[in-house]
Write a protein that binds this ligand. Structure first.
Ligand SMILES: Nc1ncnc2c1ncn2[C@@H]1O[C@H](COP(=O)(O)OP(=O)(O)O)[C@@H](O)[C@H]1O
Ligand SMILES: [Mg+2]
Length: 239
């Protein structure tokens, strides 16, 4: 579904990603694990067109994404839930959801999709007229997630959704991801530092270290890999 080949990308003249190749198959969950500073968010930004590739290619359903602008990429069904949520404090919950639909090129929210999101996250429904700045961190993460779902993604890019969330909320969010994959045929690319979380969910695991792929394999292969064991123990971090 998504095929990243020999990607080199970064900021200005400094390359962060060095020859990164990642394949995401339709209908499952692929995780890119890596310590802080490894380039995970840069990889997500490259896919969503915010960071431009200087070498290599990114193909989605046979089309080159790396030649498209960010707004065109969302319309292809590739939707990014950025790190740190990127919520607008003065806009309401309902307005955020509407923005998700607009980003995907739809003039307004589809009521059935909104209904689906409110069913998954009843807290958002209760707070639909509240401004996002007044929400808790967990609620803001749900909102970022809901906004992305309003764009009706085929491929959802999740950048460290567990960051700053209480374990019970992480569990709840994971359950929603599982449901979407199972019932709606969604495909998910997740980047995480949280090894346990990734291992609980993923079909395929990659490890990114210092901008390069250090491991790729199935979850079972990953479990017995020394690269992953090192990450578990946290012995590999940048610097
Ligand atoms: N906007 C930016 N401008 C310049 N350098 C950046 C920017 N964002 C990230 N970097 C650098 O790119 C490297 C990888 O960062 P990032 O992709 O955010 O890693 P991760 O998400 O794995 O923690 C880091 O060295 C970071 O300092
Ligand atoms: Mg990051």
């Amino acid at each position: 579904m998504l095929r990243i080949k020999n990607l080199v990308a970064g900021y200005g003249r400094a390359s962060v990603l060095r020859d990164v190749s990642v394949d995401v198959e339709v209908g499952g969950l692929t995780t890119v694990l890596g310590p802080n500073g490894a380039g995970k968010s840069t990889l997500m930004r490259s896919i969503s067109g915010v960071v431009k590739a200087s070498h290599g290619s990114i193909e989605f359903q046979g089309e080159r994404l790396d030649r498209l602008e960010a707004h065109e990429i969302v319309r292809r069904g590739v939707v990014h839930v950025p790190e740190g949520r990127q919520i607008f404090p003065d806009l309401t919950v309902a307005e955020h959801l509407q923005l998700g639909a607009i980003a995907a090129g739809r003039p307004s929210s589809r009521p059935d999709v909104e209904e689906f999101i409110f069913n998954m996250f009843p807290r958002l429904k209760e707070r639909r007229r509240q401004t996002a700045g007044t929400l808790s961190g967990g609620e803001q993460q749900m909102l970022a997630f809901g906004r992305a779902l309003m764009a009706e993604p085929k491929l959802l890019l999740l950048d460290e959704p567990s960051m700053g969330l209480a374990p019970v909320l992480v569990e709840q969010m994971l359950e929603v991801v599982r449901q979407l994959i199972r019932d709606r045929g969604l495909t998910v690319l997740l980047v995480e530092q949280n090894t346990r979380l990734a291992m609980a969910l993923s079909n395929i695991v990659y490890v990114l270290e210092n901008g390069a792929i250090a491991f790729s394999g199935t979850r079972d292969e990953a479990k017995s890999s020394s690269v992953i064991q090192d990450l578990y123990l946290g012995v590999k971090s940048k610097g």
